[in-house]
Ligand binder design. Structure first.
Ligand SMILES: Cc1cc2nc3c(=O)[nH]c(=O)nc-3n(C[C@H](O)[C@H](O)[C@H](O)COP(=O)(O)O)c2cc1C
Length: 207
């Protein structure tokens, strides 16, 4: 598949077919992640793969938000008015746990911290965090080129604390998100994707 085709095919899905991803395919996808640009040349990224459902139950400390009224209240609280954006949240919120639990492959990516992530002193303090997101995008695009889609979820603080206890990762490594990958379910729901006309975002010489 051409790169541009993989870029077009990559969408976030939260409904997975009951089909694992074979180990060689996972390796190819993660190898693409490990080719991403990195701030300090070292690619200090590690991946914890959790495919055993019992282990997933142990590691995942979150619930689906099943009541659409609760979702609306949350979105109103954010002051969110865009209908497509609200539509995406209505698709996403009832699946925050189930998408991770049901995925063909659940990956917890980690990057090495140089200083505390949440107390940056300058832009370059965030370089390690920025680099792992380059790695994650490579993973998502490589997966799309294999016909595999997925979703990233940003963990809440209590989820991170729980993960540290259950998988016992070193203190100087941090997890930016969960990556759930899998073959899309036939009825996988896709929110409306905002289409942006590139010319409307291009500025020449001045904003
Ligand atoms: C930094 C980042 C954080 C995200 N967090 C979540 C999340 O917590 N839960 C979720 O279901 N999707 C999450 N997503 C997926 C977005 O909702 C999705 O990328 C967006 O709606 C655009 O849809 P598309 O990926 O299909 O183009 C996240 C994506 C990014 C890049």
């Amino acid at each position: 598949m051409e790169l541009y085709e993989a870029i077009e095919k990559r969408r976030t899905i939260r409904d997975f077919a009951d089909k694992p991803i074979d180990a060689e395919t996972v390796k190819r996808i993660l190898s693409a992640g490990l080719k991403a640009p990195t701030n300090n040349h070292l690619r200090q990224w590690e991946f914890v793969i959790i495919n055993d459902k019992k282990e997933r139950s142990r590691v995942l400390n979150l619930k689906d938000m099943t009541d659409p009224e609760d979702c609306d209240k949350m979105l109103d609280g954010f002051g969110m008015t865009d209908a497509d954006q609200r539509g995406m949240y209505h698709i996403a919120m009832p699946k925050q746990f189930s998408m991770l639990y049901n995925a063909g492959c659940l990956i917890l990516p980690f990057f090495k911290l140089r200083e505390p992530l949440l107390q940056p002193t300058c832009l370059s303090s965030l370089n390690e965090f920025a680099s792992i997101w380059c790695c994650i995008e490579n993973i998502l695009l490589a997966a799309a080129s294999e016909g595999i889609l997925g979703v990233t979820r940003i963990p809440m603080t209590e989820e991170l604390e729980h993960i540290q206890k259950t998988i016992n990762h070193p203190d100087d490594y941090a997890m930016p998100c969960y990556i759930a990958l899998g073959y899309p379910d036939r009825d996988a729901k896709l929110p409306v994707q905002k289409v942006i006309k590139v010319e409307s975002r291009m500025h020449f010489n001045k904003w």
